[in-house]
Design a protein around this ligand. Sequence first.
Ligand SMILES: Cc1ncc(COP(=O)(O)O)c(C=O)c1O
Length: 415
Amino acid sequence: MVKVSEFLKQHGKPSREVYLDHENSGWVPPEVVEAMLPYFNQRGYGHPSITNLPGWEAYEVVESTLEKVNKTINARGGELVITHNGTEANNLAIIGTALGSGRERRKIITSAIEHVSILFPARSLEEYGYRVVTIPVDKEGFVDPDMLSMLIDYETLMVSIQMVNHEIGTIQNIKTLVETVKDKDDRIIFHTDAVDAYGRIKIDVEELGVDLMTLSSHKIHGPRGVGVLYVREGVRLKPIMHGALSTQKMWPGVENIPAIAGFNKAIDLTFTNFDDNVKKMKMLRDMLMDGILNNVPEVLLNGPRGDKRAPDNVNISFLHVEGESITVELSLRGVYVSSGSACTSRVLEPSHVILAIGRRYEEAHGSILFKVSRYHNKEDIEYVLSQVPPAIERLRIISPLARESREAVKKVVEV
Ligand SMILES: Cc1ncc(COP(=O)(O)O)c(C=O)c1O
């Protein structure tokens, strides 16, 4: 196997680069990096649980960040738990609710297009007698409230449905789904994974009525290494990790203070001029989406259009080409995208999200996710649009999938 260092030498550094893989992890702006640096060795480098100056300075970062998160999601009561990423917060939401429930209720309802950090912990509970019911979605990724209502019964412990889908950008109507659940039984816990909603759509936990909600720093141009779980007052949750000192009673281990300081700055940057930022993302999203749909033959848009779609999300299936070969070809041209989700792409499995909206295996394999950001401009998108059509054309010439399809068409024509 070729070592990555060798591969990188061969790849070289493209003269122009546009990073569009903000789904999987992202570019951190200089202001965020600057906000982090003092916390390594100038201030707040202590443990936030300890009563000395560097410890108090560290705790101030935690306190101020939690205040900002509360403000941006309009959380007037309840608690925020800081974890070391969104995956941990989702695990705490699912497993912590099960442990906190006293095993009276054993049914967990989730959707077919959730992130794996929901699906896997939920499935892990099956071994302990819990039943996981996965609700299907329609061809744009929406959950039907009537179907959800039908699935709820006296055994239902919790429902976990994400606010915005990470791959196809579907914005669920969470308020309606929460009402559907609570109308049937207000003791059922409603969790929403809002990792891909935060910073893209307005979130008001009071208005939505959710009990638990997950956020992650690196999805808003903050650094990796900070997740947050919002826990409404009265929700019974038990810790799932135990051990080291932390100010977070639900999550052990010393907090990553430099990363939390960066997340704090990223919140400021994301929520200042929020409406203008969202408007800009939508304009860039539509420019990219229409540019590809109008200029590349045999493509399919995955997910809804317009206001039902996250402002940063473009997901397109390029028929007769492998997604992995597209990411490599575009990378050589300085355009960085992903195929399926990071969680599945390394094992070359088609995305469960794209399959769940009814696409065939070949269509799911050729799906590419582009995520625009407020830091992009029109010239970036023009550059991407100048690279995607020739990249796809080149791959289709050499692709065995395209050859098979051409041969099949030829046979039909001959008959
Ligand atoms: C919808 C969704 N939930 C959860 C996560 C996990 O967050 P993290 O990467 O911080 O662990 C991701 C990450 O890609 C995500 O897209």
